[in-house]
Design a protein around this ligand. Structure first.
Ligand code: ATP
Ligand code: MG
Length: 238
C-alpha cells in the first residue's frame, strides 16, 4: 500500500515542487516506486520531470471518467507523473481520495504537490494524503503562511506533519537576514525533517535540468530527507 504524502506551504514559490521532485528522485534512487500528482492548476511537475511533451490526459480526466487511470500516468526517467486539470469543477475530496486509491498497489509513495494557499487545490491534495510535509523558507512571511497551512492540516485530523526549511543560507542566518532553524521550528510548531540549502542546481530545475544529482549542495540533504521519509534515523546535524 502506498504512503500518500501532501507537500504544502501556504505561501507560493517556497520550493514545494522542487522539493517534491528532488525527494521523489531520491526515493526512486533507493528502489522505491513513486508517483507525483500535481495538484496545482498552474502545473509545473511535468516541466521538472521532463514529461511535458507526452501530456494528453490529466487526473481530472480520470476522476470524471474521460480516460482510463493508466492513460493519465506519464513515466519520466525515474518517477511517474499525473498532471493537474485546469479546473477543479466536479471534483471533491472524496473523489480525490478514490483517485489516489486507484494507485495504492502500484506505488510505494504517492506525493501530492499542492498549489500555494489553502484553497480548493490544497484541500483536494490534503484529502488524498495521509501524511504531510510543510515547506517554508526561513523568513517571517513564509513562516507565517506555513503556520497557517500546518494549522489547517492538523485540524483535518492528520498528525504526521513534518517541516522542511528550504533555501537556507548559513551566511544570511549569521547576518540576521534569515531566521535561524530553531526560530522557524518554534514558530511553526512542526517537527523538522530536514533543511535544504540554497542551490543553483535546484534553481536550474525550472529550466528543465535534473535537480537531483551527485555533487550538488542539496544532494545529501535530499537523500537524507528521503531516508527519514522512509522511517530511517539520520541525524539532523544542523
Ligand atoms: N533550494 C533552492 N535553491 C535555489 N532555488 C530554489 C530552491 N528551491 C526552489 N528554488 C527555486 O525557487 C523557485 C520556486 O520553486 P518552486 O516552483 O519549486 O516553488 P513552489 O513552492 O512549488 O511554487 P508554487 O507555490 O508556485 O507552486 C524556482 O525557480 C526554483 O528553482
Ligand atoms: Mg509548485
Amino acid at each position: 500500500m502506498a504512503e500518500k504524502i501532501l507537500v504544502a506551504s501556504g505561501k507560493g514559490g517556497v520550493g514545494k515542487t522542487s522539493v517534491t521532485v528532488g525527494l521523489c528522485k531520491a526515493l526512486h534512487k533507493c528502489g522505491k516506486k513513486v508517483l507525483i500528482i500535481d495538484c496545482d492548476m498552474l502545473r509545473s511537475v511535468d516541466l521538472l520531470t521532463g514529461v511535458t511533451e507526452k501530456l494528453l490526459y490529466d487526473w481530472g480526466d480520470v476522476v470524471l471518467g474521460r480516460c482510463e487511470p493508466c492513460q493519465a500516468v506519464y513515466a519520466s526517467a525515474d518517477v511517474d507523473v499525473m498532471t493537474c486539470p485546469f479546473s477543479y469543477e466536479g471534483i471533491d475530496g472524496g473523489k480525490m481520495k478514490n483517485l489516489v486509491a486507484l494507485f495504492d498497489e502500484q506505488y510505494d509513495y504517492i506525493f501530492l504537490d499542492a498549489p500555494a494557499g489553502i484553497g480548493k487545490g490544497f484541500e483536494l491534495a490534503l484529502s488524498g494524503a495521509d501524511r504531510a510535509l510543510v515547506v517554508s523558507t526561513a523568513d517571517l512571511v513564509c513562516v507565517r503562511s506555513a503556520c497557517r497551512a500546518a494549522d489547517v492540516i492538523f485540524a483535518s485530523g492528520m498528525s504526521d506533519v513534518r517541516l522542511i526549511i528550504n533555501r537556507v543560507m548559513k551566511k544570511d542566518i549569521k547576518k540576521g537576514r534569515l531566521l535561524n532553524v530553531d526560530s522557524v521550528i518554534d514558530s511553526t510548531q512542526v517537527q523538522l525533517i530536514g533543511v535544504i540549502p540554497e542551490d543553483k542546481a535546484i534553481r536550474l530545475g525550472s529550466m528543465g535540468k535534473n535537480i537531483y544529482r551527485t555533487g550538488q549542495d542539496s544532494y545529501i540533504p535530499f537523500t537524507n530527507i528521503a531516508a527519514r521519509v522512509r522511517g530511517e534515523y539520520i541525524d539532523l546535524a544542523l
